[in-house]
Design a protein around this ligand. Structure first.
Ligand SMILES: Cc1cc2nc3c(=O)[nH]c(=O)nc-3n(C[C@H](O)[C@H](O)[C@H](O)COP(=O)(O)OP(=O)(O)OC[C@H]3O[C@@H](n4cnc5c(N)ncnc54)[C@H](O)[C@@H]3O)c2cc1C
Ligand SMILES: Cc1cc2nc3c(=O)[nH]c(=O)nc-3n(C[C@H](O)[C@H](O)[C@H](O)COP(=O)(O)O)c2cc1C
Length: 763
């Protein structure tokens, strides 16, 4: 086969080598516009796993590459005058130029033609070749030339960065340095890659970059400013530029590249041309070289080129998307770094280390047990009103709000049971909620409990508007308070436009088949085309609803609930006021956010006035309508939370969605936690995270990174009322309080968990 590799970076060169190793009869030319020793950048990082892959495909070049590695194990974070070092991270760095020279030599030894200083402007110039591998990098001309086929999606990310080198030693740790300047924060990623040189990438937000004037500076001027900013870490050494081919300032915005397809006729994209992964997870070279290995293999294992391309896309795309997702988490962390710059250095470091979400809490323990235990101790010491213990997982650290102390950070999220009769909870609720309170969670919530008959979602929803309701709830509160040490919160709500619908296991959100009641909302906007158009609320309607909330609150107090939550999420009445999707009012209750928040805040103030000072109130919000700029965005949710904080709300329960049938939510592990994180760290109010949190590891890492203060689990508690007690056994925590009737079960569970650990070699 006659093969043209367009681009002599890691992808092009390594693909050429792999092809030749599969079949020396291939005629291969690598076209590279630069000379053999020209390259941008300084060092690259590769993991042990990648090196093993390289060794399996070409032991000769892998051995030489290994011989030139600088290894290090620690990550050091310099922040607010402290240096925090954690170990066990295992990286190796190598000069990018060295990798390329090793690959060039190896290619030549194998008989591959290297055509340097050959710029290829169009794939038409390569018409004689059977196969064209477009490994022409980030700004791939081939991708642009055939954009209609490849359908690239390029997202220029928000931060500015520049890649320098330095002879200052950073050989003891991969180093992050955060420095505050008058114009904003500037940070560096520094790592050693040979005996006397280190990569030193400087990054900042576009705002800081503009205020500093970096855009108008030459490379030399930028260097001088960065040398001043990082002077105390550079030990008198200079920063050096190595991007002579880039005109102007050399500062870049990282472009995240995705392509809908990677092949077109006999042309195939590879490496950065096909997909990029942010430099902060150090995987660009890995992706490029591993894709080269895969394509070369499939071209020999599959029946024809089209099948090989198909398999290449199928198999590599998953890996690329996985890395890109981690890379996106990581780059977004840096884009939002200023949000975290008020955190304590320990928590800041934890947040930085876990930013890509590839490293979990227990994974950090494996890397550096001593560091993690010290961080866990810090977490306990920082918990208000707690008596710190020597070792205790973060999820078992108590949490105090006003006069309420929860024994741990696990919350049974509100979950409708549709099993009330005329608004009164039944024995179902006693057993269901009682079992979950026995199961170890610190706080158990009722489902949405409605403030009036018309405010119910379904005929099976419970309420708190009649003496019989108060009596039935009191029985459940008494059980939980006398038989368990869980705290019990009530979620109060009004269904608004989503009322008068069928039970959850019938056709949820669809109107009743008969006996519908009239529903009302801020505006006459139906939930869907099948639901009734609600009546637009008048001011007297608002007075009534406000008073109903107050009445329910007074009953909740007499029942003995410990915490009150106002359900202002999921498209129900208050949420319908907050989101512009359903609030179309032209009076002082619609339009601006101040206006849309007016009635929900009025109800909060009325409720707060009758709820005792020492008992907290939470508000659940939908922090994202998932409909783009038309609805509530995570950014607006920060403003919403800030308004609740200023009004005196103690904690925001950060949910999302269910406000529009048009919503396009993006699900995934802990998918709503970023909103809780943003609200907590941009406004300073405590948050509860919820949504697909199902492992103790998720909870511990959310808490330790300061992304939320409490974690609500809903569905996991439907399948296992004892989720918390089981989690305690799994992570070897023996002090979680079990009902004494169940001690024998506790002892067995802990014994079994210990044995499982022994078998898997974890202890
Ligand atoms: C600041 C920064 C830090 C990074 N750090 C790391 C790291 O630590 N670890 C890591 O693994 N990766 C890192 N990367 C990413 C890594 O450099 C790339 O992902 C990797 O080089 C991709 O290899 P490639 O072969 O696809 O592209 P490139 O290395 O960009 O190679 C493309 C080649 O094609 C040539 N070329 C382009 N167009 C033409 C043309 N028309 N005609 C002829 N030749 C052409 C170019 O001159 C170039 O040599 C970093 C990237 C940046 C920007
Ligand atoms: C059966 C069921 C009923 C629910 N009812 C309510 C409710 O009454 N009030 C509420 O705010 N959220 C309700 N939710 C949403 C949950 O509290 C939670 O936000 C959501 O299920 C995501 O958490 P999870 O991934 O842990 O299940 C309900 C969820 C389920 C599964």
């Amino acid at each position: 086969m006659r093969v043209a590799c367009l681009g002599g970076g890691p992808a092009g060169l390594y693909f050429a080598i792999c092809m030749k190793l599969h079949d020396p009869a291939h005629e291969i030319v690598v076209f590279e516009r630069n000379r053999p020793h020209d390259t941008f950048g300084w060092g690259v990082v590769l993991s042990d796993e990648t090196l093993d892959n390289l060794t399996a495909s070409d032991p000769v070049s892998a051995k030489t590459i290994r011989g030139h590695f600088a290894y290090w194990d620690d990550i050091a974070v310099h922040y607010r005058g402290r240096t925090i070092v954690s170990g066990g991270h295992g990286f190796c760095g190598i000069v990018r130029k060295k990798v390329l020279n090793i690959l060039q030599d190896r290619a030549q030894d194998l008989g591959i033609e290297l055509a340097f200083e050959r710029e290829i402007d169009s794939t038409d110039e390569l018409a004689d070749y059977d196969l064209i591998v477009a490994a022409d990098g980030l700004n791939s001309k081939t991708r642009t030339e055939h954009a209609k086929a490849f359908k690239p999606n390029i997202d220029a990310r928000a931060c500015k960065f520049v890649w320098f080198g330095t002879h200052q030693k950073f050989d003891d740790a991969f180093t992050f340095i955060f420095e505050q300047t008058e114009q904003g924060w500037v940070w560096a990623h520094a790592y050693q890659f040979d005996g006397d040189t280190a990569t030193f990438i400087v990054e900042c937000t576009e705002d800081t970059w503009a205020k500093t004037g970096f855009g108008e500076m030459s490379q030399e001027e930028s260097i001088a400013v960065c040398e001043r900013i990082f002077a105390k870490y550079l030990g008198g050494h200079a920063l050096m530029a190595n991007a002579g081919h880039i005109r102007g300032s050399a500062w870049l915005n990282f472009p995240r590249v995705l392509c809908e397809t990677w092949s077109h006729g006999n042309i195939v994209l590879m490496g950065d041309a096909a997909a990029t992964a942010h430099f902060s997870i150090g995987s660009g070279t890995k992706l490029a070289m591993e894709s080269a290995i895969a394509l070369a293999e499939y071209l020999h294992s599959e029946k024809d080129m089209a099948s090989a391309f198909r398999r290449y896309e199928d198999e590599r795309r998953t890996e690329v998307l996985r890395l890109q997702s981690a890379a996106r988490n990581s780059l977004e962390w840096f884009e939002d770094a200023e949000r975290y710059l008020d955190l304590d250095p320990v928590q800041f470091t934890y947040s930085l280390l876990t930013r890509s979400q590839r490293i979990s809490h227990e994974n950090l323990r494996l890397r550096d047990k001593t560091w993690l235990e010290a961080a866990e101790r810090w977490f306990q010491e920082s918990a208000p009103g707690d008596t710190p213990r020597e070792t205790r997982p973060p999820m078992f650290t108590p949490f105090t709000l006003r006069g309420l102390t929860l024994k741990n950070r696990i919350v049974v999220s509100p979950m409708a049971q549709y099993s009330a009769v005329d608004g009164a909870p039944t024995d179902w609720h006693l057993v269901h909620l009682g079992a979950r309170a026995q199961g170890g969670a610190g706080l158990v919530f009722t489902e949405m409990t409605c403030v009036s008959p018309a405010g119910r979602i379904t005929p099976g929803c419970p309420g708190l508007y009649a003496p019989a309701h108060e009596a039935a709830w009191t029985r459940i509160v008494d059980f939980i308070h006398t038989q368990t040490d869980a705290k019990f919160g009530i979620q109060l709500g009004h269904s608004g436009p989503k009322g008068s619908t069928q039970l959850g296991w019938e056709e949820a959100d669809a109107p009743l088949k008969q006996d519908n009641w009239e529903v009302m909302a801020p505006s006459p906007v139906a939930w869907s085309e099948h639901n009734q158009v609600p009546r637009e609320m008048t001011r007297p309607d608002m007075d009534t609803v406000r008073d109903e909330y107050v009445g329910a609150t007074e009953m909740a107090l007499r029942c003995g609930f410990d915490l009150l939550e106002l359900h202002y999420a999921h498209g129900y009445l208050m949420s319908a006021f907050i989101t512009p999707l359903t609030n179309r009012r032209r009076d002082e209750y619609g339009g601006s956010l101040d206006n849309r928040m007016r009635f929900p805040l009025e109800v909060f103030h009325a409720v707060r006035a009758v709820w005792p000072e020492d008992k907290p109130i939470s508000v659940r919000i939908s922090a994202h309508d998932w409909v783009g700029q038309e609805g509530v965005t995570p950014e607006e949710a920060v403003e919403i939370a800030r308004m609740f904080k200023d009004a005196g709300v103690d904690i925001i329960d950060v949910s999302a969605g269910q406000t529009s049938v048009e919503a396009q939510p993006v699900y995934g592990r802990m998918f709503q936690t970023p909103f809780a994180d943003r609200i907590r760290n941009e406004t300073g109010i405590a948050t509860m995270a919820v949504g697909n949190i199902h492992e103790p590891d998720h909870v511990n890492s959310i808490l330790m990174a300061g992304r939320a203060d409490l974690c609500c689990l809903a569905r996991p508690h439907l399948s296992d009322p004892n989720w918390t007690l089981r989690a305690a056994a799994r992570i070897g925590y023996e002090e979680a309080a079990w009902p004494k009737q169940y001690y024998a079960g506790r002892d067995q569970l802990h014994r079994l968990a210990q044995r499982a650990e022994t078998f898997t070699g974890k202890v």
